[in-house]
Design a protein around this ligand. Structure first.
Ligand SMILES: Cc1cc2nc3c(=O)[nH]c(=O)nc-3n(C[C@H](O)[C@H](O)[C@H](O)COP(=O)(O)O)c2cc1C
Length: 277
């Protein structure tokens, strides 16, 4: 399904917003967001649940701690602990973030710096569900606060790794050139620009003829809750890749294959593949 907004433009416009105007979302806009969420699906066919929350008198202890200022609306996402669950959550949540960006709202993925127990209580989590992240939704302040700029500086948020460390041909010893990527230059570039926890960019892709294998290069350990946030990151990257491929009418599908026979460096894990059809 093609989006009603330009993926390339929206990916390039989005950046994490941590400073918000003290203004709640209007009821009409909230309804639109709710409808968009109701229509969300992902190519992994895993159900992802979204919870829209407002900081008000009945939820006064919802507060993301420190890094976020001014927001009063939030969305949290949960998924059952199933195969490709965290990747599916990353995909669907990022599609929502891009939609919100296209409407002009500020957002910021938060996997660590928020009051997890306050949000979990307000969301009525199902036993065993994984709850990796939330995002504020709101009106960005024009000027970033010092705290915001410090977080961006620490994570080098304005930078991304170059092509030759992320994308490969046949195996992990041959970087993929842009001319070898052909029609997939733009989907891969959109993937490269995706947000990730700590800006670690754990996605690696190996092109094997018409198939693109997606791997996770682990650099962050599982959280105490047993969540590998970097699988969510690769789902976010896959969302950018897939939506950009759809925008360019490149047919294909995301599937988990038997492990490709490619020698993998240490800490690298195969997740899923895009097969052009
Ligand atoms: C899954 C995930 C978790 C994140 N968790 C946090 C967080 O806890 N606190 C925070 O300030 N930023 C968090 N971020 C935002 C990243 O730091 C940010 O996306 C990255 O530095 C790139 O910057 P950009 O989003 O402005 O392009 C998270 C991002 C992702 C994708």
């Amino acid at each position: 399904m093609k989006m009603d907004f330009s993926i390339e433009e929206t990916v390039k416009t989005r950046s994490s917003v941590r400073s918000y105007l003290d203004r709640p979302l209007p009821v009409g806009e909230k309804e639109e967001i709710r409808n968009y969420i109701a229509g969300l699906s992902n190519p992994f066919s895993v159900e992802v649940s979204f919870h829209l929350l407002e900081k008000n008198a009945s939820a006064e202890n919802l507060g993301p701690y420190g890094v976020i200022k001014g927001a009063s609306d939030f969305v949290g996402a949960t998924v059952a602990p199933v195969e490709l669950g965290l990747e599916a959550l990353g995909y669907s949540f990022e599609q929502l973030i891009l939609y919100l960006t296209s409407l002009g709202f500020g957002t910021c993925w938060l996997g660590g710096t928020f009051d997890r127990s306050g949000f979990a209580a307000a969301m009525n989590l199902r036993e065993g569900d994984l709850f990796p992240a939330i995002s504020p939704i709101g009106y960005s302040q024009e000027k970033r606060r010092v705290m915001d700029s410090m977080v961006r500086w620490a994570a080098k948020s304005n930078q991304r790794q170059p092509w030759d460390t992320l994308f490969f041909k046949d195996d992990f010893s041959h970087p993929l050139t842009q001319s070898e990527a052909g029609d997939y230059v733009v989907p891969l570039e959109m993937l490269r620009l995706a947000p990730s926890a700590g800006n670690k960019q754990p996605w690696r892709v190996v092109q094997d003829k018409d198939t693109y294998h997606f791997y996770e290069m682990r650099s962050i350990k599982d959280s105490k809750l047993g969540i590998d946030i970097q699988r969510t990151d690769v789902g976010i990257g896959a969302c950018h890749f897939h939506l950009a491929a759809l925008e360019r009418d490149l047919p294909g599908r995301l599937v988990k294959l038997a492990k490709p026979e490619i020698h993998v460096p240490e800490k690298m894990r195969y997740l899923f593949s895009w097969t052009a059809t």
